[in-house]
Design a protein around this ligand. Structure first.
Ligand code: OAD
Length: 233
């Protein structure tokens, strides 16, 4: 059995995080028991067509998610990741999470693949604005058009620059640690393959096996809060 890698033995680390990391802060995951997409049909709440059909319904759903995220605090997993980054500045956090908890924990280089609950985007001009107020101060841009959450909904393309930045960090890393993602949503789910092909040591932290588990050399089957400290060693 190969011994577990330790953060200190690497020069450039990428943490690739998903909803399982924030689950321990009380934010529901998307799939699995209690998952958001079991209670809400994404076609009604998380796609551009739904927004155009009924913006208030979509905003009410996202306001609820902002309330849940605002009430949550970063957990020890977010803090360990931020501490590794503080000690090793070449570390990047590539997250699919939209809850802002990495930043709240002090994470610096956070690449948000799926956008953020805390940004709005003018649906006409595309201009973005941060807004951490709950409830949101205004659902309308000063230009008169609707604001929509700056989140990558189903059917939306990923930001080319954001994906490029994530890909570059992953190609350059020597340790890739995935935490709490089901590996079901592409193109994000393809990123571990990029790390593996680039020669990084790849570690998957997740209580469950995932469709991309085969790309990882090490599998830590348990909750993030128990597994991340093992790599600190
Ligand atoms: P999922 O809900 O698909 O998967 C969560 C993963 O976390 C599962 O593999 C669980 O086994 C694991 N998990 C649960 N509790 C955990 C714990 N305490 N510690 C570690 N792992 C745990 O969430 P994501 O993979 O993040 O996109 O979902 C990917 C994307 O699908 C999301 O970004 C979202 C969603 O649709 C958008 O909304 C654009």
């Amino acid at each position: 059995m190969t011994s577990l890698p330790r953060f200190r033995d690497f020069r450039s680390i990428v943490f690739f995080t998903g909803a399982g990391l924030s689950a321990e802060s009380g934010i529901p995951t998307y799939r699995g028991r209690g998952g958001v997409w079991h209670a809400y049909d994404f076609r009604e709440y998380a796609c551009q067509r739904a927004f155009e059909r009924d913006p208030d319904k979509v905003w009410t759903f996202h306001e609820r998610r902002r309330e849940v995220a605002a009430a949550a605090a970063p957990n020890e997993g977010h803090r360990i990741i931020a501490a590794v980054q503080a000690a090793m500045p070449a570390t990047a956090i590539v997250t699919q999470n939209i809850d802002g908890l990495h930043q709240c924990a002090g994470g610096a280089r956070v690449i948000e693949l799926h956008g953020s609950l805390w940004r709005v985007r003018c649906d006409r001009e595309g201009k973005r604005r941060e807004d951490w107020t709950v409830p949101l101060a205004s659902r309308r841009c000063p230009c008169g058009a609707a604001y929509r959450p700056d989140i990558v909904w189903f059917g939306d393309p990923l930001g080319v620059e954001t994906f490029g930045e994530a890909s570059r960090a992953i190609t350059a890393c020597d340790l890739f640690v995935s935490v709490g993602t089901s590996g079901l949503v592409t193109p994000a789910a393809d990123l571990p393959l990029l790390a593996a092909r680039g020669g990084a040591v790849c570690v998957e932290i997740d209580p469950e096996e995932t469709p991309v588990s085969g790309w990882y050399r090490h599998h830590l089957r348990g909750p993030a809060l128990e597994m991340l400290p093992l790599l600190r060693g």
